[in-house]
Design a protein around this ligand. Sequence first.
Ligand code: FAD
Length: 334
Amino acid sequence: MDFHDYQDVWVFIEEKDGAIAPVSLELLGAGRGLADKRGCNLAGILIGENISHLADTMFEYGADIAYIYDQPIFKNYRTESFMQALLHCSNKYKPEIILYGATSTGKDLASAVATDLPTGLTADTTELDVEEETGLLLASRPAFGGNIMATILCKKYRPQMATVRAKVMKALTPQPGRKGKIIEESISLKEEDIRTKVLEIVKETTKKVRIDEADIIVAGGKGLGSAEGFQLIHKLAESLGGAVGASRDVVEAGWIEHAHQVGQTGVTVTPKIYFAIGISGAIQHIVGMKNSGLIIAINKDPEAPIFEACHYGIVGDAFEIVPILIEQFQQAMT
Ligand code: FAD
């Protein structure tokens, strides 16, 4: 394999309901940094039906090139059809790096592509860098139960591929009017060649908790002692108009549903303010909230690791401190 044949950084652009998914815009931001370091182009690859107009958005968010597969066969995401388009494009233009959002679509597609291309895939990456000279992608992610950060390299094959968690990278500020090169491509794939058929799309009817969209999160841990004690977290969140987050141990104890869990096996959040109350600060929790704007920790153990990861720390008993905060916030809000 001659590595010189492979160049440019690519982002698989996910489209939903006529718009580019936020994670893809974040990846364009991260990809821009990698491409600048390598002195190469940043490209987005967009597959779908009636999606060509989204190329402008890709350029505004940092892409230099837009590879577009706009065909009726790509109306809905299906592994086989999208994989064929991506393989076609990758084999023709040979990117050095391909990034995908670690969403259900991104994970599905990236793993399917990795089985066909002679290359590997780093899943659930939270940090990305590239060696300027060699183009080696440094894809880091928590490993061994989150106790260490492992940097995974793909030294022998190209393209290098990674799925990247949402809300970890930062999208660039869009530059209206920024232009790039559109490359329209197509593949001759017939409906009868595809085994999967989309019969119906059923929209979610129950409203899911979306803590990843909240500006203020009040998260509680095992230090609250019981499901009743955890109600204090709900009260503080209510007094601030915030959402409730939780550590995994709290979810496992059944005090709250998994949708509220912050961390490696939960949701990655970046609120403006994050309260960590009665949470020890295990690495698996920290990776899910460390990019919050302002982190305030309350813990009765002055040695708790959470104090290493917060901007403000209060050493004390949550049951003494939180009621005072609730009273003060309620007064301030009225
Ligand atoms: P504890 O570690 O028991 O900490 C309780 C804290 O409360 C202590 O620091 C204590 O000093 C303090 N405290 C006690 N009483 C009070 C009081 N009255 N007032 C104030 N403070 C008090 N964890 C996650 O959170 N999210 C994940 O996504 C996640 N994924 C994981 C994935 C893997 C593969 C593994 C192995 C673990 C994962 N964990 C995750 C679990 C993680 O390692 C910790 O076990 C967990 O975060 C601990 O939860 P906690 O802080 O609530 O409880």
